[in-house]
Design a protein around this ligand. Sequence first.
Ligand SMILES: [Zn+2]
Length: 381
Amino acid sequence: MTEKLYYKDSHISSFEAKVISCVEKDGCWSVELDRTAFFPEGGGQPGDTGLLGSVRVLDTQEADGHIFHVADSPLEVGLSVTCSLDWDLRFRRMQHHTGEHIVSGLIHSLCGFDNVGFHLGEDDVTMDFSGELTRDELDRVELLANEAVYKDIPIVTLFPSPVSLPRLSYRSKLELTENVRLVRIPGYDLCACCAPHVKRTGEIGMIKLTDFMRHRGGVRVHLLAGLSAFEDCRVKYKNISAISAALSAPQNDTANAVDRIKKELADAKQEAVKLRGDLISLKAASLKETDGNICLFEPGLDTRMMRDLCNAGTAVCSGVCAVFTGSDIGGYKYIIGSRTTDLREQARAINEALSGRGGGSPEMIQGSVSAPRSEIEQFFK
Ligand SMILES: [Zn+2]
């Protein structure tokens, strides 16, 4: 049976071990060692990766009490190898995992909700709780969790006897009866867990609840701890610096500045619509009597403006008045009117000539075309 070094000391990042078996499996090599600090996937924490000599370990799994290092190359049985974990990754996982214990313990004691789901991803940790929480409640939990970090409390692992176990009150997702490993963070949490954790809460560095949402009758909370929380802070700082400079607003007042700009933009849009309406009325009033067709292009018209302009043109021309809005790139919308031509009969020819679609009444048709402005103008000449 492999000696589990990660239970002796969660901070062993390199060690010497002997290969006791090596078999090919699913295109990889399943390597067993006489001792290992590689933690096999469990308790919501992924299996460790690293090196056995020069052979890469892609994953670590446990089955039937044996720990298998999933390696990309074979190793000779009996060989002694120097092994090393991908320590940065493992340490981040322990920071996240221990942070999760503190937060789950606090939510359990303050609100009575259970942690019913835990996912420790590469970029983010999610925890699902059995009841709903507000942002204010999570802010309070986050503050208390960070106080636990500053207190630098030693984390204790216990293997209680089957006699003493039922007397203990601890969090657990499973009904466990034997070989139960409990992880105690005094004052904050007591939880059945098989994974390695940091030795003292101070190693977590920082706990940030970055987001939350309703989920299956409770909430899903996103957490970042330690180095990952620090890196997230850096990214957010870069973003807020750029936004602050762009808005000429202090960093902590950017949300208000954005609200002000959104309101100014909405007012400006409303004003632009009104001015465009005034401009179209003036254009409509200035149209001269014409013997033939009128073809007009105006940007940014809504349907009402197009119809008003078309009606004004139709009244003063003997052919058709065609109003277009849009661009050569995105295509044009049209409204075409006439007092003298049956447009329902003409619609097919117009749409065919200008790669368009649309229709309407004998007096007015509307639709869209993808032909460029030059072709449209040529058509109505
Ligand atoms: Zn744990």
